[in-house]
Design a protein around this ligand. Structure first.
Ligand code: SAM
Length: 244
């Protein structure tokens, strides 16, 4: 069965109202958001883009740290609706806005943002170099791009046993905390996700080194990697747009 990006979007649309109680409750995800927020060095007045913002968990973390302005974009209307409810409840209209936008077609002006963040979203995109190049263009010189991801190289032939071993080894570190922290329902969601990872059905994960190489190819430098201390398979790729 071939799963296209439309199916991935439907998956998130259905998952949206359980998202914060499942993935949002798992220790590696919380730690990852904290790692992104602390490495962002966000300061008052910064203009930030959150790509694949979902229900806004990362954007809200960044807003707790500073008086910044955030645009969150996602292609799932249902995920965004949950984020919008939070914005309304927390009266954050003057700080956050959201857009129903596919990350493959980011259409912001050159040199717009101080920081671009993305947490466990960009692996859903097939053409990563194209989107990373666009992010490079819309970041201000000296701006930073932070990708929070799982370090998992899922490239190669589906039947290659070495590839399968790599994926299962990484996913083991995702499923066990999922079961422990968020219970059986979350685990069943993650297990479904595991099959998608194995067959590259809407999930096209890369190793951190592969991500770093893409960032360098797009013009970023320096590029570094930081890992979540309790869950080392998760971490961030930190890429700086040179000043000149
Ligand atoms: C696992 S969720 C992560 C949400 C949020 N960043 C977080 O860490 O909680 C992945 C999100 O990426 C979004 N997404 C996937 N592919 C996308 C695309 N091509 N354009 C925009 N959003 C996309 C999904 O709709 C979903 O909300």
């Amino acid at each position: 069965m071939k799963v296209n990006s439309k199916t991935t979007k439907s998956w998130f649309n259905c998952w949206s109202n359980k998202y914060d109680q499942t993935l949002g409750k798992i220790s590696f995800h919380r730690d990852l958001l904290d790692l992104i927020a602390s490495n962002s060095k966000v300061k008052d007045g910064d203009k930030i883009l959150d790509v694949g913002c979902g229900t806004g968990l990362l954007s809200l973390r960044l807003l707790q740290k500073s008086d910044c302005a955030i645009i969150g974009v996602d292609y799932s209307k249902e995920m965004l609706d949950i984020f919008k409810d939070k914005i309304k409840k927390l009266k954050l209209h003057n700080k956050v806005s959201v857009g129903l936008i596919d990350a493959n077609s980011l259409n912001f002006k050159k040199n717009t943002f101080d920081i671009v963040v993305s947490s466990v979203a960009l692996h859903h995109l097939r053409d990563k170099l194209q989107v990373v190049r666009t992010i490079f263009r819309i970041l201000k010189p000296g701006g930073i791009f932070i990708i929070g991801e799982i370090d998992m190289d899922s490239t190669g032939k589906h039947t290659d046993p070495q590839r399968l071993k790599r994926i299962v080894k990484a996913l083991e570190q995702e499923w066990i905390p999922a079961l422990q922290d968020a219970g059986v329902k979350a685990f069943s969601q993650m297990y479904d996700n595991g099959k998608k990872h194995i067959f590259n059905q809407g999930e096209y994960c890369l190793s951190f080194k592969q991500w770093a190489d893409i960032c360098k190819k797009a013009g970023f430098g320096p590029v570094s990697i930081r890992r979540v201390s309790r869950h080392k398979v998760f971490g961030v790729i930190l890429a700086k747009k040179p000043v000149n």
